[in-house]
Design a protein around this ligand. Structure first.
Ligand SMILES: NC(=O)c1ccc[n+]([C@@H]2O[C@H](COP(=O)([O-])OP(=O)(O)OC[C@H]3O[C@@H](n4cnc5c(N)ncnc54)[C@H](OP(=O)(O)O)[C@@H]3O)[C@@H](O)[C@H]2O)c1
Length: 234
């Protein structure tokens, strides 16, 4: 798909990986909409990079429905959904907090599914579209303290497979990208863990490059899933 004049919606696009994908799509000539919960963050990023921004908590069905209403009235169409909104919650398996466990599920799994449900209605009708789910290497392998987060990303991988099976005959490409550690606000949000910048580790723009390259492949084909690692992290 050539991104020129295409309409691309990026959830969690106010920061990190989502913002990098949004900026890269914009540089290819796409009309890009970002969404998130924090309006100040969205406004700052939206104004800085000339992106349309809508406030939307993807875990809330009413927010998702009003986002799609706005999208339809302002843009009238959608070509690409990037399901990127997500966060982590780390805890040992015998210590987790049930509310925090559910909250991460509501965003990373239900939120992605609500967004995809509404996007799929548009894509099926026009017989074209692309959905990219931002998973994680935590979708492929568990780790100490990762129960809640890893369970959500394994679940997202299951959703990717089901959606692919349902939507392929409508020419809808469903792909999942699994980044390993990327230097964003993620670890600060998940574990109040601020790490020094390390030039040998991945940055958000590396994931954006991989995602945009996958989208730009001719629509006759697609990469189902890809994992991105740092080459030689020190
Ligand atoms: N960084 C990593 O090492 C890494 C590795 C693998 C996968 N990932 C995945 O990459 C994605 C992006 O994370 P990131 O690293 O870029 O971290 P980030 O900078 O913290 O970005 C996460 C974004 O998601 C938004 N968000 C969270 N909950 C939301 C909700 N309910 N509704 C709408 N937006 C929501 C946040 O904005 P608001 O707070 O304004 O809502 C924020 O802009 C996540 O799915 C994460 O699991 C990250």
């Amino acid at each position: 798909m050539e991104l020129q004049d295409k309409i691309v919606l990026v959830t969690g696009g106010g920061s990190g990986i989502g913002l990098a994908i949004a900026v890269k799509a914009k540089s290819k000539g796409a009309k890009v909409i970002i969404c998130g919960r924090n309006e100040d963050k969205l406004k700052t990023s939206g104004e800085k990079f000339d992106l349309t921004y809508y406030r939307c908590d993807v875990s809330k069905e009413s927010d998702v429905l009003s986002l799609f209403d706005k999208l339809k009235s302002e843009f009238g169409d959608l070509d690409v959904l990037i399901n990127n909104a997500g966060f982590g919650y780390f805890s040992m398996m015998d210590e987790f907090d049930a509310e925090k466990f559910l909250a991460v599920y509501e965003t990373n799994v239900l939120g992605a599914a609500l967004m995809a449900r509404e996007a799929a209605k548009i894509f099926k009708e026009k017989n074209n579209g692309t959905i990219i789910n931002v998973g994680s290497t935590a979708a492929l392998k568990g780790f100490v303290g990762g129960s809640a987060y890893s369970a959500t990303k394994f679940a997202l991988r299951g959703l990717s497979e089901c959606w692919r099976a349902e939507l392929r005959k409508f020419n809808v490409r469903v792909m999942q990208v699994n980044p390993s550690e990327v230097q964003t606000q993620f670890f600060e949000t998940a574990a109040s863990d601020s790490r020094d910048f390390n030039p040998t580790k991945l940055i958000a723009e590396d994931i954006a490059h991989a995602v945009i390259s996958a989208i730009e492949m001719n629509d006759r084909g697609f990469t189902t899933e890809f994992t991105v690692f740092a080459t030689n992290p020190q």
